[in-house]
Ligand binder design. Structure first.
Ligand code: A2P
Length: 358
């Protein structure tokens, strides 16, 4: 069988990469529909060398579609994905719109592919920062258990979309020219004030939570990690906390991850071996030769890179690692297409009798 695939948000930072990841995937594509806002209707993009005209997304756009890959923002997914499911399309959603719904599997194929079997039409792709951390932590958790995780992120601006990426480039040029900057987007479109990101660090990603302490990005890392690894967003089994910081780079997130294993007979060499063997993970750790992961080298790659794996000398059974991955690929477009590949492989591109309609 061949599939009719629609990409919702096809003109965006993630959407354009969904197109190229789909081109390189094992999914047999009959026809591809590229959907975006009315602003992009009529624009021409290419799929496997053929020109495809971008259409404005409407509920009827999903008629005859088998598979939807979505990355046009949470409100757009909330509006259109139930319409797509009603019309028989299975949706893989890169936005946070449905991630915490109990009816919606939240999937990293290397970690919890089995959750795909219970899908009811919508499958969520986790947050970019969560994915790259959890592909590394899960095999360690499986072998030694985990008591606690403390992560600090160094996140690229492309996570906030194409317009944020453009803003960083413009501001950088303005600073070099000695001109005034005029921030309009970062730290987040969703909040009132905007700050210069060029040559600066912003400790705010997404809006602040009701408690006034954590940002929503930090909240996502905490609860998504538990939903994926423990299948329960409120699980107390592993303590997780996060600090998320936007750094003035274009693509690929870095993270320092501190973790405490439950079985403290583990050794650093064993932890490194687990990471070296982990699917989707590349160990780049040779301090004698100054080998460690770097964002500019991870850009364009599907893998997650890990290095600087080392013991915490003050706390037995505790370790630190440095994790880097292309936030637009494993963090978004590739993980989404990878989920779609697994759906195809397991014959799961079908909406069941009790569809989830939001
Ligand atoms: P458009 O380019 O027409 O605005 P990014 O994450 O890089 O900001 O991209 C967001 C994507 O979501 C773009 O493809 C954008 O299309 C699309 N999009 C934004 N709003 C809508 C909407 N209301 N309906 C459909 N697509 C939308």
């Amino acid at each position: 069988t061949e599939f009719n695939v629609a990409i919702l948000g096809a003109t965006g930072a993630v959407g354009t990469r969904m197109i190229s990841q789909l081109e390189q995937s094992t999914i047999p594509v009959k026809n591809v529909k590229l959907l975006a806002s009315a602003r992009s209707a009529g624009k021409k993009l290419k799929f496997k060398g053929q020109e495809v005209t971008v259409e404005e997304a409407k509920p009827e756009s999903f008629e005859g579609v088998d598979l939807v890959l979505a990355s046009a923002g949470g409100s757009v997914s909330k509006k259109f994905l139930p319409e797509a499911v009603k019309r028989g399309a299975v949706c893989v959603d890169n936005t946070s719109a449905f991630r915490m719904e109990p009816e919606v599997p939240l999937v990293i194929p290397e970690v919890n592919e089995g959750a795909l079997y219970r899908h009811r039409g919508i499958i969520s792709n986790p947050n970019c920062s969560t994915i790259q951390m959890v592909v590394c932590l899960n095999p360690i958790y499986k072998k030694y258990g985990l008591k606690q995780v403390i992560v600090s992120t160094y996140q690229a601006v492309s996570g906030a979309g194409q317009s944020a990426l453009n803003e960083l480039m413009t501001e950088s040029q303005q600073v070099l020219n000695g001109e005034k900057t005029d921030p309009q987007i970062l730290p987040t479109k969703g909040d009132k004030k905007h700050y210069q990101q060029a040559f600066n660090l912003l400790p705010q990603i997404d809006v602040f939570e009701q408690d006034g302490y954590y940002t929503h990005e930090e909240w996502k890392m905490i609860h998504e990690t538990k939903k994926i690894m423990l299948d329960d967003m409120n699980a107390k089994d592993i303590k997780v906390t996060a600090t998320c910081v936007r750094v003035p780079i274009r693509i690929a997130h870095g993270e320092t991850v501190y973790f405490e294993v439950a079985d403290d007979s583990a050794t650093t060499d064993e932890i490194k071996q687990i990471l070296a063997d982990a699917p989707g993970v590349v160990l780049q750790d040779d301090t004698a030769h100054q080998l460690y992961p770097q964002p500019i080298e991870a850009e364009g790659k599907r893998e997650t890179f890990v290095g600087r794996v080392r013991p915490d000398y003050e706390n037995k059974g505790s370790y630190h690692m440095w994790v880097v991955s292309d936030n637009l690929l494993k963090g978004a477009a590739w993980n989404t297409v990878q989920i779609a590949e697994r759906l195809v492989d397991h014959d799961l591109v079908r909406v069941p009798d009790n569809p989830y309609l939001g």
